[in-house]
Design a protein. Structure first.
Length: 127
């Protein structure tokens, strides 16, 4: 791969829906949605899950199951203007949830912020 193409893939691109682009390739993949209310340098695990649908109005993800209910999925819809970034998980062999738990065990605030940034940069790319 050429060096300019690698730079283009690794840079963070703000989300905007494009009608001419086909998003069916991303359906069923793990994504993290950074909303306009979230800090882009910290991971919010409530917005991490499997992509269900991208249409003209919204983006839909399944983020797991509701506590206390048997197999009741937690499905979240976000309008396109509420989304700042959509991060696509690059590697299947990395567990994001266990990495997130390990980061939360750390006590120092500076190291905590750097670890979140490293986790996002090393395991996700924007679409």
């Amino acid at each position: 791969m050429e060096l300019p193409n690698i730079r283009e893939i690794t840079q963070q691109k703000y989300w905007h829906f494009n009608l001419s682009k086909n998003y069916d390739f991303y359906l069923g993949k793990k994504i993290y949605i950074c909303t306009k209310w979230n800090d882009p340098n910290k991971l919010n695990m409530k917005n991490y899950g499997k992509l269900i649908d991208i249409n003209e109005l919204s983006v839909c993800i399944n983020t797991g199951y509701h506590k206390g209910y048997i197999e009741l999925p937690r499905i979240i819809y976000y309008a396109h203007d509420e989304i700042k970034f959509i991060f696509l998980k690059m590697y299947d062999n990395v567990s994001i949830r266990s990495s997130y738990r390990n980061i939360n065990k750390k006590q120092l605030e500076d190291d905590y912020n750097e670890s979140h940034q490293r986790l996002i940069k090393n395991n996700f790319r924007t679409i």
